[in-house]
Design a protein around this ligand. Structure first.
Ligand SMILES: NC(=O)c1ccc[n+]([C@@H]2O[C@H](COP(=O)([O-])OP(=O)(O)OC[C@H]3O[C@@H](n4cnc5c(N)ncnc54)[C@H](OP(=O)(O)O)[C@@H]3O)[C@@H](O)[C@H]2O)c1
Length: 299
């Protein structure tokens, strides 16, 4: 279909803007939904021509009208229950009523499909929305990508440059999945235009262990990085439970205890992505952890 119309919720966000850029590169017509009360500063001028529309998510009729004729809804919304379950359900209802054939939810995480409930708050919310999505008359595709690689130079305490250590729990040889935001956006845009995309697509820009992270950090920083054992993966479970009691931060999307739950699900291997779909689309150059760490050292 020439210039397929894609509805992009969360188009003002970090990942959303990258997906929008990729979709326009692929000649899609992008309708980016933005809120009047944007927390991210709202639509910003971009080098591409995304049609930003300010929407009221409570106004089902206008949301449905906006969706008419689109081939896919992509959600890059971020938040807790009111967003991941409630807001995405509003969007899903509008998409179904408008007859849109496909929906990509804002999953973008490690593999939560096999994890038992109650382990990871953000994964539980995604599972809850998944039940609604799978019950709806629309074809869904979820992208699972492990951790955004950029978090290694932001706030995820894996690589600790000040003490030149890589903090690990359990085994230093446990493989984990890291994918950059741009790679996730490139893959998601292609999936949005792929009418044959399956229910689940799993990607890993760079699969590596704590030991591999130490080697990558040694090369990136030009100084030796060693491993630092924090305990077993269960240590993180106990720490997350304690921190959650002391500082619940229920309305925060990524409170400290949620980061600990995420790290635990990576270090105990339960979030590992199998099988991988990295080769489903051409022209994606997967960025290594070392590349991201090197860029991080340049400020
Ligand atoms: N795997 C990982 O390591 C990792 C790391 C970070 C994020 N993620 C995931 O990636 C996805 C996108 O995250 P991001 O970092 O791009 O988020 P972000 O930069 O915070 O952007 C969030 C987007 O959601 C919108 N939004 C937030 N609350 C809303 C609400 N109540 N109603 C309507 N829109 C709302 C924002 O719109 P406004 O401009 O209107 O506020 C914005 O467009 C999420 O699923 C997130 O969990 C994954």
């Amino acid at each position: 279909m020439p210039n397929p119309k894609i509805i992009l919720a969360g188009a003002t966000g970090d990942l959303g803007r990258r997906i929008a850029r990729e979709l326009t590169r692929l000649d899609a017509t992008v309708i980016g939904l933005a809120r009047k009360t944007s927390q991210t500063g709202g639509p910003r001028p971009t080098a591409n021509d995304v049609h930003h529309v300010v929407v009221d998510y409570d106004d089902q009729a206008s949301l449905e009208a906006l969706c008419a004729g689109a081939s896919c809804v992509v959600s890059a919304l971020s938040g807790v229950r009111d967003v991941i379950v409630d807001m995405q359900s509003t969007l899903l209802n509008a998409a179904v009523r408008a007859g849109i054939p496909r929906f990509i939810p804002s999953d973008f995480a490690a593999d939560f499909t096999t994890l038992p409930p109650g382990r990871n708050r953000n994964f539980d919310l995604r599972r809850e929305f998944r039940e609604r999505l799978d019950a709806a008359p629309i074809r869904a595709t979820s992208i699972l990508n492990g951790m955004f690689t950029e978090l290694l130079v932001e706030d995820a305490p894996f690589v600790l440059p000040r003490i030149r250590r890589v903090l690990y729990f359990g085994s230093p040889d446990q493989p984990m999945d890291f994918t950059t935001k741009d790679n996730v956006a490139q893959f998601t845009a292609r999936a949005a235009l792929d009418d044959d995309a399956p229910r689940w697509l799993r990607i890993s820009g760079h699969r590596c262990s704590a030991r591999d992270l130490a080697d990558a950090a040694t090369r990136a920083f030009g100084q030796p990085f060693r491993l630092l054992r924090g305990g077993s993966a269960n240590t993180l479970t106990a720490a997350a439970t304690a921190v959650r009691l002391l500082a619940p931060g229920r309305s925060a999307t990524f409170p400290v205890w949620q980061g600990m739950q995420y790290m635990r699900d990576m270090y105990d291997g339960r979030g590992l992505l199998e099988p991988l779909d990295n080769n489903r689309y051409d022209q994606i150059d997967w960025t290594t952890v070392e590349h991201v760490l090197s860029k991080g050292t340049q400020g």
